[in-house]
Ligand binder design. Structure first.
Ligand SMILES: Cc1ncc(COP(=O)(O)O)c(C=O)c1O
Length: 423
C-alpha cells in the first residue's frame, strides 16, 4: 500500500513506498518505527534548537491549551502569551523599539515582510518605490513572495508569471546592489537577504558584506530585510545573525528556532521607521494577518523555548562549539569526494567535488543514505552539499559521532564508485 501523505519537496514516484517514519525523539536523537536510532544532524529542518523530547515545552502548550488554545488577534483582541512573546522577541532583537507581527512560519513571515515593505512606501506617499532586490542562491520560503524572491531558480520555475518587480543580484557583491539601485533610482523599496544563505548551501557572507549592504541601503533609502528564519534565535551563537554581522535591519523575519519547532510560529520584527505610518498619527491599516497570528499556545511554547535557550546558555554553547564543529568538519576535507567545507556558528556544509558529482550525479543522495544506515540523518542541499545544523544542545562526543558517520559513508560510497568504474 502506498502512502496517502504527499511529502513536501519530494518525488512521490520515488518515495511513496519507502517512507522513513520518525516516531520519537530525545535530545539530538530520533528513532524510526523500526527502532533505528539516528543522530539528527540537521535538527529536522534547522529548527530543533533545544533538542527533541522537551517535556517543559509540551507542558507549556498543555497549560495554555487547557486555559485558552487560541483566539484571534485581529482588531483589538490580544492574548497574554502573544503580548509577552512580542515583548520578549522585541527586546532580544537588535532593532530598537521593535514591534512584532506573528505568522505561522517562515514563508508567511517573508510574505508579510514583502507586503509590508511595499505597503510602507505607499503609505508614506512613494508608491513608485516598489522594486524588491534578492540574492542569487537565496531561499525565502514557498509562498507567493518567497517564490518570487527565490534565488534558487528551480524553486521559482514552472509557476507561470510570479510577482513582478523582483531583481536578483549576485549573492556576495554589494556593488551589484548599488548598481541596481542606481539604475532604478527612487524605485527600489527593499533588499532581502539571509545573513547566512542556508538552504542554498550554507554560505557565510564574505567579510564586510552586511555592513556594506546596510550602508548602501541607508544611503539610498532602501528598507533592509534580514531573513533570519534559520539564523534567528541562536544558531550563530547570537540571538540574531544581524547582531553577529553588526547590522540593524528595518525588518527581521524569523520562525523555526522561536519555538524550536514544537508548534509552528513565525515572527516579523519591525523597526520604528516601518511602524511609523501604521502606528502613529491617524494611522493606516495593514490589511494583512493570518488566522493563527498570535496563536496563544504557540506563543506560550515560544516563551518557554526562549527561556530554555537563555537558562541553558545555548548561545554560549553554540559559540563554544563553533570551533569544535569547524575542526570536526575539517576531517571531511581530507576526503577525496569533498572539495570544500563551510562553517559558521553551529551550522556547516560539506561540498562534493565537481569530479565526484560528474562521476556520480547522485553522490550526495548516496552518501546521505549511507550516513543514515550509519545512524546519522543529514540532507542534501541542491545535490552539491550536505547540511549540518544540529540542535544547539549537541555534545562534543555527539559531534564526533556525527562526523565519523559522514566519513564512513563517504568511504563506502567512494569504494562503490571506484568498483563501478573498474567494472
Ligand atoms: C531563510 C528562510 N526563509 C524562509 C523559509 C521558509 O520557512 P517555512 O518553511 O517555515 O515556511 C526558510 C525555510 O527553511 C528559510 O530557510
Amino acid at each position: 500500500m502506498s502512502t496517502k501523505l504527499w511529502h513536501p519537496f519530494a518525488n512521490m514516484a520515488d518515495i511513496s513506498k519507502k517512507e522513513t517514519i520518525i516516531d520519537r525523539g530525545e535530545g539530538v536523537w530520533v528513532w524510526d518505527t523500526s527502532g533505528n536510532r539516528y543522530l539528527d544532524a540537521t535538527a529536522s529542518l534547522w529548527y530543533t534548537l533545544v533538542g527533541h523530547g522537551r517535556a517543559e515545552l509540551a507542558e507549556a502548550a498543555a497549560r495554555q491549551m487547557k486555559k485558552l488554545a487560541a483566539y484571534s488577534t485581529f482588531g483589538d483582541f490580544a492574548n497574554d502569551p502573544a503580548l509577552r512573546l512580542a515583548e520578549r522577541v522585541a527586546a532580544l532583537s537588535p532593532i530598537a523599539n521593535a514591534a512584532v507581527f506573528f505568522t505561522s512560519g517562515g514563508s508567511e513571515s517573508i510574505e508579510t515582510a514583502a507586503k509590508l515593505v511595499r505597503r510602507y512606501w505607499g503609505a508614506v506617499g512613494k508608491p513608485e518605490r516598489h522594486l524588491l532586490i534578492t540574492r542569487g542562491g537565496s531561499y525565502h520560503g514557498v509562498a507567493g513572495y518567497g517564490t518570487s524572491l527565490a534565488g534558487i531558480e528551480p524553486n521559482a520555475a514552472g509557476y507561470g508569471e510570479l510577482i513582478p518587480g523582483v531583481i536578483c543580484v549576485a549573492p556576495d557583491d554589494p556593488r551589484a546592489v548599488e548598481d541596481v539601485i542606481e539604475q532604478h533610482s527612487g524605485e527600489v523599496a527593499g533588499f532581502f537577504g539571509e545573513p547566512v544563505r542556508g538552504a542554498g548551501g550554507v554560505y557565510p557572507p564574505v567579510a564586510g558584506y552586511w555592513e556594506q549592504i546596510q550602508r548602501i541601503c541607508r544611503k539610498n533609502d532602501v528598507l533592509l530585510v534580514a531573513d533570519e528564519v534559520i539564523t534567528g534565535f541562536g544558531r550563530l551563537g547570537t540571538w540574531f545573525g544581524s547582531s553577529r554581522f553588526n547590522i540593524v535591519p528595518d525588518i527581521i523575519t524569523g520562525a523555526k528556532g522561536v519555538t524550536s519547532g514544537y508548534l509552528p510560529l513565525g515572527v516579523v520584527i519591525c523597526g520604528e521607521r516601518v511602524q511609523e505610518p501604521f502606528w502613529r498619527g491617524a494611522g493606516t491599516m495593514f490589511r494583512h494577518g493570518y488566522t493563527y497570528s498570535g496563536h496563544a499556545a504557540a506563543c506560550a511554547v515560544g516563551i518557554r523555548n526562549l527561556e530554555i535557550i537563555e537558562k541553558e546558555n545555548l548561545l554560549g554553547r553554540a559559540s563554544d562549539l563553533e570551533p569544535v564543529l569547524a575542526s570536526e568538519m575539517q576531517r571531511l576535507l581530507q576526503h577525496p569526494l569533498i572539495k570544500e567545507v563551510r562553517c559558521i556558528g553551529l551550522t556547516a556544509a560539506c561540498e562534493f567535488s565537481a569530479e565526484a558529482r560528474q562521476n556520480n550525479p547522485r553522490v550526495a543522495d548516496d552518501v546521505l543514505a549511507e550516513a543514515r544506515r550509519n545512524g546519522v540523518i543529514t540532507r542534501s542541499l541542491l545535490g552539491h552539499s550536505l547540511q549540518v545544523s544540529p540542535p544547539l544542545i549537541i555534545t562534543r562526543e555527539e559531534l564526533k559521532f556525527m562526523v565519523d558517520g559522514f566519513l564512513a559513508a563517504l568511504n563506502h560510497v567512494e569504494t562503490e564508485m571506484t568498483e563501478m568504474r573498474r567494472a
